[in-house]
Design a protein around this ligand. Structure first.
Ligand SMILES: NC(=O)c1ccc[n+]([C@@H]2O[C@H](COP(=O)([O-])OP(=O)(O)OC[C@H]3O[C@@H](n4cnc5c(N)ncnc54)[C@H](O)[C@@H]3O)[C@@H](O)[C@H]2O)c1
Length: 443
């Protein structure tokens, strides 16, 4: 139970995958949190107890903390900063930082928040920047706030990059490997430690200068993306030489210096983080005069990798015109409804260009998918999806697909061709059942 003196009044600006999860978890560990979003529809839904996103365990935690009067929702920063007589001492920024066409991060939402916080704050406030941003963004926030801070109210801008993963966001937030804080003053550091105190018992807190904290996030995501592209490139070599990527990855991952995670070969990374953060990091490095060529290679490998599955389908079916391809999964990874930059988007585009008819099923992301992928048939379950298919492709490794009744699948498909884009299934077992089975880098 948290002491009253340890409770912090928090305003969380941006109530998306990061803001809603972070705000809810901060309420769960004892603080009073007001989540603000400029999207009124989102706030209206949340006020009715309806989740605008899918994330495991989130709904129950939101309901619990709303009931305990620790979590609130508001439509404006002004209301969030002075909610029912409670002044926010800390303002988290968790708004979107989408890519611009040139690859740089669009920071206009961050600028707007900085302006509004500055106009509406009434006493010393710590701004905690949580969105993924290029190095020096906090400095820009500070400059903007100073410009609008006519009453000269003291404030600090800190960087607190977020490392949660969609699909396990609640548990990641509550049990992080590390919490990174880039702080410019002792006063800001004190408040920061007060907020994260309950987590400091089991997680490492890394206190740095602001710029280093900002860079840690871009560098971490770029490194993880590099690991994925690396293993995918190795899988391609395995495929050409007859080696087995499963054994190679196991052999590599057993080395503690390398580690076993992120060594699963597949059809490439997607989502709202890796592609845009990699691009933004490359853009920033170029702007600063350093050509970070490695990041370009990582991106190129990933783009090629998405097309691996298209090539495999063509290898099996020859001409795709009029043939039916069934896609199992559309989200960029399991346990999320997020379709932003999912590899399935490019895969569908390429298959449609070749004249294929596409049927698709995803356990959770289908309503978001319908917004970004048009002109395909969405089905109610995996069995409807594979019915009369010339070829079945596994795109996302949802648990539901691990447990499929493949005897039933065999009775439904037109041809028993299974292309496994995530190396989910046992090759020998699938072939024994009668499938023409293709996976990545496995003989
Ligand atoms: N999604 C992830 O897994 C993840 C993980 C770590 C970090 N991040 C980073 O966190 C940031 C947020 O990502 P997300 O996935 O939560 O995005 P999101 O799109 O789900 O949420 C952003 C929210 O900000 C709101 N918003 C935009 N402008 C606003 C304004 N001026 N005032 C109030 N609200 C505003 C939007 O309406 C939206 O609800 C990004 O920088 C992202 O790169 C994301």
């Amino acid at each position: 139970m948290m002491k009253n003196s340890d409770k912090v009044n928090i305003c969380m600006v941006g109530t998306g995958y990061v803001g809603l999860v972070s705000g809810t978890c901060l309420a769960e560990i004892g603080h009073r949190v007001v989540c603000v979003d400029s999207d009124e529809k989102k706030i209206n839904l949340l006020k009715k107890g309806i989740m605008p996103i899918y994330e495991e365990g989130l709904k129950a935690l939101v309901h619990k903390n709303v009931k305990k009067k620790k979590l609130f929702f508001a439509k404006s920063i002004k209301e969030g900063l002075h909610h029912k007589g409670h002044r926010a001492e800390a303002v988290f920024i968790a708004v979107g930082t989408p890519p611009r066409p040139d690859g740089s991060a669009d920071l206009s939402a961050i600028e707007k928040v900085a302006e509004e916080v500055s106009i509406n704050m009434s006493d010393y406030t710590v701004i905690i920047e949580k969105s993924t941003v290029p190095v020096e963004t906090c400095h820009r926030i500070e400059k903007t706030m100073t410009r609008f801070n006519k009453k000269h109210i003291p404030f600090d801008v800190t960087s607190n990059p977020e490392f949660l993963r969609e699909g396990s966001a609640v548990s990641d937030f509550l049990n992080p490997d590390r919490v990174v804080a880039g702080v410019p003053s002792k006063q800001a550091e004190f408040l920061f430690k007060k907020i994260y105190k309950p987590m400091m018992k089991h997680s490492q807190v890394i206190i740095t200068d602001v710029k280093s904290a900002e860079l840690i996030k871009h560098a971490s995501n770029s490194f993880l993306a590099t690991k994925i592209s690396f293993i995918n490139a190795v899988a391609n070599v395995c495929e050409k030489t007859g080696a087995n990527i499963d054994d190679v990855a196991k052999g590599m991952g057993s080395d503690k210096r390398i580690g076993a995670s992120f060594l699963n070969a597949g059809i490439g990374f997607g989502g709202f983080c890796f592609p845009k953060d990699l691009e933004a990091f490359y853009w920033l490095s170029s702007q600063k005069g350093y050509d970070f060529k490695l990041l370009k290679n990582v991106q190129d490998i990933n783009e090629d990798q998405k097309m691996w599955i298209v090539k495999k389908i063509e290898d099996e079916l020859w001409n795709l015109k009029g043939k039916t391809v069934a896609l199992l999964g559309l989200a960029f990874k399991p346990n999320t409804d997020d379709m932003r930059f999912a590899p399935s988007i490019d895969i569908v585009k390429a298959l449609k260009k070749l004249g294929a008819k596409i049927k698709a099923y995803d356990p959770i992301s289908m309503s978001n998918a319908k917004e970004v992928i048009k002109g395909i048939e969405y089905t109610k379950n995996p069995y409807q999806c594979v019915k009369n298919a010339d070829c079945v492709c596994l795109i996302t490794e949802w648990d539901e697909f691990k447990k499929l009744d493949f005897k039933k699948v065999l009775t439904l498909v037109k041809h028993p061709i299974l292309i496994d884009g995530r190396n989910l299934y046992n090759a020998a077992k699938m072939r024994k059942m009668g499938f023409t089975y293709k996976s990545l880098g496995r003989p």
